[in-house]
Design a protein around this ligand. Structure first.
Ligand code: ADP
Ligand code: MG
Ligand code: MG
Length: 873
């Protein structure tokens, strides 16, 4: 295979092979933008290197050819002593992993060529600055030397000065110091041979794919572990040549709100990472207009070109070398959830995309984020400062000042806010653990901001008034207020405000819109348009899991087209517990019937309320599911109570308590989830299901337009269903009520015998919680703490099968049930009512296998509607 592509050979669709950075550098080259020439070594070469522990045959030669072509084009050789070509060696995977992997700049410098560079540029300071940067970056990323050693040496030399105040002689001294550090730490000299420098850097980039922080980031972002990274070798352009040079980053629109305008940071006389690393303070990009109007206008033109070309928001990295603009990177930019909706509809209005495309540009997760509550009245809390609103949401928690501490406290169940001057890739674990992130430096393009937005985590950055002291574990706010580790603060990612103490929260405008408020601001109008389009595009209906009239009403406001799961077990709790106890304690048919007769009117009232709230829409009622012992007192508590009473009274405790204790002992099961529950209960306790069906029938007669569906849980064999069905049909016929009778598919055997079960069922509803539990043999209630974390770490699965349908296993059973069920009964109605019904990926799966509806909790209904629309495109 071909392992190396010149920028003129690639394009933006080759991300798998060239990585995102390489593909887009090629794309920009080909649409005529000013990109320094270079070439890309493919991800395929990386995969080969990582799995075989060495470079593939032929790669060396190919790199040599492309380097020679680059040298010919530039008219100088890599590291040529009197006029050196310098290159950067840059990582770049298919999916952007900001700051996770390595890049080395200024490759080609050594003791000779640094003099050539100084002479050619007429700028000694620049040449020595470039050389010290090379040794520093190379030392850290390629040779694995602790970067702080270099930083400390530089700080010691600088004293109170800025890095731009260091002159050529200072920097030359620094180079000597840096070389000393390399010698001391590695036992050899800094490699002077330019080609050796380049080859070592290429390997280091390949190796960085498996650096711990890269692995952690991929797991978090669900990026596959086996993609590998490409390597880009790019001719250097220099932003550190003096005041007419500089480097910057920008977005083509505001990634926070989607508003059009100029969003970016610029730093004069600087190179590469200086902008994002917060070494000196950047200036807003607008100031480039005064610094260099020509380059500024060209940059705005290029940004407009990129937006039209990519038909989306882009972010860019650029460098100005002595007034001349160079593009060093672009990609479709990350954005907040709000910006995603606004930008999608703006682009429709600008004629760049259509509504179908707009629907693909937003996700259910983003919508869910927009429904998060915000801070309510903040009057009761002192505002400490306002920083930049880098990533929306509202978060309160204890301030912590290191990643380790964040992980530790979060592990104890504490909400924490990670407070740093700025974050770097090593803070990733802490950012994942924290509820929110607060930094005192850096803009909207800083590491903290970019990563937090990607994770959907609340972030306020650049709160410059705060003095953060990570060693003393505290920060000082204006007015001398000191916040120590453990003190509670609240941060508002929507406004950038930072408060002392815990601020109460309120509903978001998008949530209020779903509650029925008119769409007034831009974001809510955008959500409204996209939701309307999703509803017209989707084939799946969306129902709610709701057991109370209030939940049913809310679900309806959120767009539910019925109830897919109305659980009846809560109707047996509270004051009614005593009636259930009576049922269990009954020793004669008469006593049992009396207990059921007492329960029936209460159940009838419950169903009447729900049918009324859902008038005209289907309501699937599941007959009682959990094991009876759940309605009885705890065994130990009761045993103690009885023992104490016996001791006190001498002769005997309350007779009822003793009988209850007997019943608890009798009903005790080792594996209650695999025990006497669901249909098994219905077949064991005479009259229980019949009472529920009668209550449904009575309620359905009372409410006009009631559309009842009766669902039998935990069926594993058609015989179970037939017995229940026969009795239920009799009751319904007697009441003159029509109701569909169907079953949950939640026991693997039900899925495997769905063809038979469909003979007795008018509908199936996949109970994917139990189906997952029983398919994997994982106890859902115990598993998460015991070993799930470990399994996720080991990559046994990338995401919990209780969160997202396990397509290969559980999903396979579902496919079988759909296919065989429909073969028996072509008009079989199919739905899902497990937690998965509101999970984006699972909604897509349900669409694929041809279900009729998904059912989820009321708050997830908008998410399910949106994803069902996206699935249908
Ligand atoms: P990352 O993926 O972390 O953004 P990059 O490969 O983009 O890393 O490089 C880091 C920094 O170095 C960027 O700011 C980029 O603009 C700068 N840089 C990379 N290559 C060159 C080059 N050839 N000339 C000048 N600056 C460069
Ligand atoms: Mg970059
Ligand atoms: Mg179940």
């Amino acid at each position: 295979p071909k392992y190396v592509y010149d920028f003129t050979e690639g394009n933006k669709d080759l991300k798998d092979l060239l990585g995102g950075k390489g593909a887009n550098l090629a794309e920009m080259t080909n649409i005529g933008l000013p990109v320094p020439p270079g070439f890309t070594i493919t991800t395929e070469a990386c995969r080969h290197y990582l799995s075989h522990g060495g470079m593939p045959d032929g790669l060396e030669g190919e790199i040599g050819e492309h380097l020679a072509a680059l040298e010919a084009r530039m008219g100088k050789r890599l590291g040529q002593a009197d006029d050196p070509l310098l290159v950067s060696v840059r990582s770049g995977a298919k999916f952007s992993m900001p700051g996770m992997m390595e890049t080395v700049l200024n490759i080609g410098l050594n003791d000779d060529s640094v003099l050539g560079l100084a002479k050619q540029s007429g700028n000694d300071r620049f040449a020595w600055d470039s050389y010290r940067r090379l040794i520093q970056m190379f030392g850290k990323t390629v040779l694995g030397i602790d970067g702080e050693l270099f930083e400390d040496a530089m700080d010691a030399l600088k004293g109170e000065r800025d890095d731009t105040d260091l002159d050529a002689a200072d920097l030359q001294r620094l180079v000597e110091t840096f070389k000393g550090i390399v010698r001391e730490r590695t036992g050899r000299d800094f490699p002077a041979d330019p080609r050796e420098q380049m080859d070592l850097a290429v390997r280091a980039v390949f190796d960085s794919w498996n650096a711990p922080r890269a692995i952690l980031y991929r797991r978090q972002e669900r990026i596959p572990a086996d993609l590998g990274t490409a390597v880009n070798v790019v001719a250097m352009v220099f932003g550190n040549m003096g005041p007419d040079s500089g480097t910057g980053v920008a977005f083509t629109r505001d990634p926070g709100s989607g508003r059009q305008g100029v969003y970016g940071d610029y730093l004069r006389n600087a190179q590469g990472e200086d902008v994002v690393a917060g070494i000196r303070n950047t200036v807003p990009l607008q100031e480039l207009e005064t610094i260099n109007p020509e380059a500024y206008r060209e940059l705005l033109d290029i940004m407009a070109t990129l937006e039209r070309h990519y038909r989306d928001l882009c972010d860019i990295e650029f460098t100005i070398e002595r007034g001349k603009l160079w593009m060093l990177q672009t990609r479709v930019g990350k954005r907040t959830a709000a910006a995603a909706f606004c930008i999608a509809t703006q682009l429709v209005d600008e004629g760049l995309i259509d509504m179908d495309e707009a629907l693909t540009r937003v996700t259910g997760d983003q919508l869910a984020q927009l429904m998060f509550p915000r801070f309510a009245a903040t009057a009761g809390n002192r505002r400490l400062t306002t920083g930049m609103n880098a990533s929306p949401g509202a978060a309160a928690g204890r301030a912590v000042f290191s990643s380790e501490r964040a992980v530790e406290l979060a592990g104890q169940g504490e909400a924490v806010i990670l407070v740093r001057r700025e974050t770097n890739p090593d803070d990733l674990a802490g950012m994942i653990a924290a509820h929110g992130v607060l930094t005192s430096r850096g803009g909207k393009t800083s590491h903290a901001a970019v990563v937090a937005r990607g994770m959907g985590k609340t972030c306020v950055c650049g709160a410059e008034e705060l003095e953060v002291d990570p060693h003393a574990r505290r920060f000082t706010a204006p007015g001398g207020i000191v916040v120590n580790e453990g003190d509670v603060i609240s941060i508002d990612g929507g406004t950038g405000a930072v408060y002392l103490g815990e601020v109460p929260v309120t509903a978001s405008p998008v949530a209020r819109y779903f509650e029925g408020e008119p769409a007034e601001d831009e974001l809510v109008r955008a959500v409204d348009r996209i939701m309307t389009h999703a509803d017209s595009a989707r084939r799946l209906a969306v129902r709610a899991n709701a057991d109370t009239p209030e939940d049913a009403a809310r679900a309806r406001r959120y767009g539910a087209q019925g109830i897919g799961l109305c659980r009846t077990e809560h109707m047996f709790l509270g004051e009614r517990r005593r009636l259930v106890e009576d049922l269990i304690l009954a020793t004669t048919p008469e006593e049992r019937q009396a207990a059921l007769d007492a329960l029936e009117p209460l159940q009838t009232g419950d169903f009447t309320g729900i049918f009324t709230a859902m008038r005209g829409l289907p309501v699937t009622i599941r007959l009682i599911d959990p094991p009876l012992h759940e309605f009885l007192p705890d065994l130990t508590d009761l045993a103690v109570k009885v023992a104490l009473a016996e001791e006190r009274a001498g002769e005997g405790a309350d007779d009822r308590d003793r009988r209850l204790l007997d019943a608890v002992k009798r009903l005790h099961e080792q594996n209650p989830m695999l025990g006497l529950r669901g249909v098994r209960l219905g077949l064991t306790i005479p009259g229980l299901f019949a009472m529920q069906v009668r209550a449904i029938a009575t309620a359905a007669r009372r409410v006009e337009d009631a559309r009842a569906e009766i669902m039998i849980p935990l069926v594993g064999a058609v015989q179970e269903l037939e017995i229940v069905r026969e009795e239920a049909e009799g009751i319904l016929a007697e009441a003159g009520v029509e109701a569909a009778i169907g079953t949950m598919i939640e026991v693997p055997r039900a899925a495997l015998t769905a063809g038979q079960i469909a003979e007795a069922a008018e509908f199936f509803s996949f109970g994917t919680n139990d189906l997952t539990q029983m398919t994997w043999g994982f106890s859902r209630d115990d598993v998460e703490s015991a070993f799930f974390g470990r399994y996720l770490d080991l990559g046994v699965f990338g995401v919990s099968p209780f969160e997202s349908v396990d397509r290969e296993g559980v999903g396979r059973l579902m496919r079988i049930a759909v296919e065989e069920g429909r073969r028996t009964r072509p008009d079989l109605k199919l739905g899902i009512c497990g937690e998965h019904g509101g999970d984006p990926d699972s909604v897509h799966f349900c669409h694929e296998i041809g279900l009729d509806y998904v059912s989820c909790s009321p708050f997830r209904i908008p998410v399910a509607r949106l994803e069902a629309g996206r699935a249908a495109l």
